[in-house]
Design a protein around this ligand. Structure first.
Ligand SMILES: [Fe+2]
Length: 333
């Protein structure tokens, strides 16, 4: 490629051919627009029932030993073409289990992680920075960027939970680092840290969400923390029995894990009938109609905190986003 080739181009087609050779694209003739008036829906609403995942985990437990697998987990990849990993654009969720008297290797990584406990009995722990953090049903445990963590089930019963990580964001931006413990399989410890700052016991947070003011439609929310993960905001959401809530779209993508109750979420033409232990994702820019049966409590993991930092979080009534963006710009510059 030399500059004189462009000088010699006789028409648009020859210009395009030369641009292609120079590995440049004509900005006036893109295959797809690079900007559009409102967000595109790149991910779809999707649902993973726990009764299926649990059967799959029990089957995997027969064939997959934790000695050979970094984690015995099931990744909930959003069913859009080309995606094999992410549940939402920046977050992946996975069901995981360990059997009784089993351990899972201690490691640390730059992706921020947290887990929500579904079923466990006594003496099932996540080992965080060398301390045994109890995993009781409904608990949320954080392992932020570079915290050592493994799993140690000192009891006889299987333990089941859901992991959430910002690994898709780490993949996009690049700063992935990962390290396994070298001298041992898992950090051994007898120090139980029930009051670890990395643990949000449901015995405390289930009461906290119920103590929040109830919306007119019968919903309560509380944000977990401090501490907070840098990239994933966690909220408990509580619905009174028979609540119906019409929730306006937001630029945040939200993954829900059901702690108790049952109901439906209608989103983008899909009806998701959820129950205890299920996971479902409401990707950004989708209205949701909630209809709840019995009293229900769901954990919400979202990228709200990330969008908020970037001034890209819009959670208002439809049509308010342009006004929001204008107001934010005028306030800052
Ligand atoms: Fe991990």
């Amino acid at each position: 490629m030399t500059p004189d080739k462009f000088a010699a181009a006789r028409n648009m087609e020859e210009l395009y051919a030369l641009l292609n050779e120079a590995r440049m694209g004509p900005g006036w003739n893109k295959p797809e627009p690079s900007m559009y008036p409102t967000p595109k829906k790149s991910f779809v609403p999707a649902h993973w029932p726990y009764r299926i995942a649990r059967a799959a985990l029990d089957c995997a437990a027969k064939y997959v030993k934790t000695e050979f697998a970094e984690r015995r987990n099931l990744i909930m990849n959003n069913p859009v073409p080309g995606n094999t990993y992410a549940t939402a654009p920046t977050i992946v969720a996975a069901y995981q289990m360990i059997k009784g008297h089993e351990t899972a290797r201690s490691h640390r990584h730059t992706p921020n992680a947290m887990r929500f406990i579904l079923d466990s009995k006594e003496r099932a722990y996540t080992v965080v920075e060398g301390k045994l953090v109890p995993m009781e049903p409904g608990d949320v445990l954080l392992t932020p960027n570079w915290a050592w963590h493994g799993h140690d089930n000192k009891g006889p019963d299987c333990a089941y939970w859901i992991d959430f990580l910002d690994a898709p964001l780490t993949h996009l931006l690049g700063p992935m680092f990962f390290q396994q413990l070298q001298d041992k399989f898992v950090q051994e410890s007898n120090e139980v840290a029930a009051d670890s700052p990395f643990r949000f016991p449901y015995s405390v947070w289930g009461a906290k969400v119920r103590a929040q003011p109830e919306s007119a439609s019968g919903m309560r929310e509380v944000t977990l923390g401090p501490p907070h993960l840098d990239t994933i905001r966690l909220k408990w959401r509580h619905f009174k029995p028979a609540a119906t809530v019409n929730e306006a779209r937001t630029t945040a993508s939200r993954i829900y894990a059901v702690h108790e109750g049952a109901g439906t979420a209608v989103c983008d033409g899909q009806t998701i009938a959820w129950e205890r232990g299920d996971v479902f994702v409401i990707p950004s820019w989708n209205d949701v109609q909630w209809s709840v049966g019995p009293e229900s409590c769901l954990l919400q993991a979202s990228d709200e905190i990330l969008l908020e930092k970037l001034n890209w979080l819009h959670s208002g009534a439809p049509g308010s986003e342009m006004h929001d963006a204008e107001a934010r710009f005028r306030a800052r510059f």
